[in-house]
Write a protein that binds this ligand. Sequence first.
Ligand SMILES: *[C@@H]1O[C@H](CO)[C@@H](O)[C@H](O)[C@H]1NC(C)=O
Length: 217
Amino acid sequence: MFWTYWACLILAFVRFCLCIPGCPPETTSLTAYQTTKYLTSPNYPGNYGVFEERLSCSWVIEAASGYDDVIIQMEVLNSSLEYSLACVRDSVEIRDGDKEFHRSLASWCGATWPEGPLSTSRDKAYIGFSTDFKKNNYMGFILAYWLEKKPIQLTHDRTWGSVNYVLLGVGLTLLLAVPVCFLGLYIGHDVNQRRSVVISERKSGCNGHVTTRRKTS
Ligand SMILES: *[C@@H]1O[C@H](CO)[C@@H](O)[C@H](O)[C@H]1NC(C)=O
């Protein structure tokens, strides 16, 4: 249709002139430093849904080069998205790594957002933001990100781990010792009994064949 063509052209022109960014088709690369930087949905704090287009944005945050053993820390400072059940329409997703298939750290929609800092386990994070076509009045989200030294891992757990192993060892020893002890007692008793039988048989002087015993005085 002729008018759709014009509508499209005008839309592109208006968008270009107002410098309202949608999402670039490719993933945006961001670099994290020790100082906090911010990532926002397109047009934040203006509405992300102004152009009635389906947004599909993605960012990869990577630790600046020269930093070893660091993780990405993020904190959602504010967010307002269209609510839908299971967030099937508009949603944000944060992943522990630079790929869309990496483990999800958080995902949300509506008027709530994850509280407190979100930490990756490596030096990269993936953020995806997608919306439906519906025009709306929501401002989107703002997220702070920075890098931090990887925490010293599992010191506490390791201490508890060794305590647990010691307890397990003691428990198993007791568990084994009790039957072994009883078995020992039983065998000892049995041997003593046999010994006393043998002794009494010897005392009888004739291998216990009492019937063939000859009297010797
Ligand atoms: C989030 O943004 C809204 C709208 O600008 C504002 O009224 C509200 O106070 C903000 N909340 C926080 C926690 O910053």
